[in-house]
Design a binder for this molecule. Sequence first.
Ligand code: HPA
Length: 274
Amino acid sequence: MDALQLAGLIRDWAPGRRPKTAIVLGSGLGSLADEVTGAARLSYLDLPGFPRSGVSGHAGELVIGDLAGHEVAVLSGRAHYYERGNPREMAVPIATLAALGVERLILTNAAGSLRPEVGPGTAMLITDHIAWSGTNPLIGVEGDSRFVSMVDAYDPGLIGVARRAAKTIGVDLAEGVYMWFSGPSFETPAEIRMARALGADAVGMSTVPEVILARHAGLTVVAISMITNLGAGMTGAALSHDETKREAAKGAERFRALVMALVAALPPEGKEPR
Ligand code: HPA
């Protein structure tokens, strides 16, 4: 099934729905999907080409409905490069969103902070990224459209909306560069020192391939990390996925409020801020 056929299937499932905004929920942030009202829910199992995500903390469901005054498509659950070594894990979902008429994508993730003053529980707006994994989801795609510009990949207008939304609800919003490591092992302390030296502010194992795919599909992007820990070696403690999930759960309410405020502050469909 190609993206157009999948979009047709989704329209049949959620008749009359025309979401222009989509949200990808990261580790432990799935509860935002519960805030969507009038929702049609579709398991990834019923969407050929959508990932069968095996990571605990991810459900694998497409939820279409209303959130904070906007029609949204929520991808609850993502697949990662480290699951099968395929950087195109999210290619079908993102192409399907574009075929569905979605114009902007809000990405969320859990990340490790490289700045001691930006600790667990803080939200960080991603302003740029470094793709450190040595692969790219557009490898093998044909045609000149694969040469995607990554200048302003994180949309300056939507960054402005996110800053204003955070201020409105009184949530601290850090900003910085996200560096994509393949995982699934966490970084070494030496890699964390390298990442800092290279200009990164946070590290994580997702999002970057999705941003590249989304830009290729013509979507505007905004991305926010939930900081769950300081980078390896910054505290002396070992890192674990349990800690990631626990800290994400702790900060989930504030993070959920932030994403909802961001959605609420989005301009009416088709009028991107500049
Ligand atoms: N490194 C990579 N990915 C992560 C981290 C980290 O420290 N924390 C949450 N996701």
